[in-house]
Design a protein around this ligand. Structure first.
Ligand SMILES: [Zn+2]
Length: 173
């Protein structure tokens, strides 16, 4: 049961949002998305935005980062940040996921409310799904990768093989 509900947004909508975001950043033709650098660039784009690298002990072991929506603040575990700077695909995607939360909830303001009635929530109305979907579409740009193999996507986009296969399946579904 999801605790929160957001507006329905399809993969197609989120793919388009990722495309416009890349366009705004002048990164339409860049296969390897500079996700770590984006953390600093976002100060110039979004008023009130901030991020912080926190010691690994700050979060429980299964939490790698989070986004405080009301404070427009992203927190990233130190080991994840370092991993991402070294090109670790999983860590790069973790940062993209938090930026996904930031863009969908803090910037686009997809309405976000507590699921008081505890209704069954369709998957595309869940913030987690939307952040994951946006992150995948941002890191693996459809318009650049639709002709690539999974291995090429993994290598050129700097994502894990499982993320590459996931995006590949969505593109060729
Ligand atoms: Zn999340």
């Amino acid at each position: 049961m999801s605790e929160y509900i957001v507006e329905p947004k399809s993969r197609k909508d989120l793919r388009q949002l990722a495309y416009f975001f890349r366009k705004k950043l002048g990164l339409l033709n860049v296969l390897y998305f500079p996700i770590v650098e984006l953390l600093d660039i976002m100060y110039e784009l979004f008023e009130g935005y901030s991020y912080e690298i926190v010691p690994d002990s700050f979060f429980p072991p299964n939490v790698h980062a989070d986004t405080e929506i009301t404070k427009k603040h992203i927190r990233i575990k130190e080991s994840v940040y370092i991993g991402a700077t070294m090109g670790n695909g999983r860590d790069r995607m973790t940062i993209a996921h938090e930026i996904g939360h930031y863009i969908t909830l803090c910037v686009c303001g997809f309405s976000f409310q507590r699921n008081f009635k505890n209704e069954e929530v369709p998957v595309y109305c869940m913030p987690e799904w939307q952040a994951k979907c946006f992150a995948g579409e941002l890191m693996v740009a459809y318009h650049l990768t639709s002709e690539l193999s999974c291995l090429e996507i993994e290598e050129k986009c700097g994502v894990t093989i499982s993320a590459a296969m996931y995006q590949y399946d969505k593109m060729h579904a």
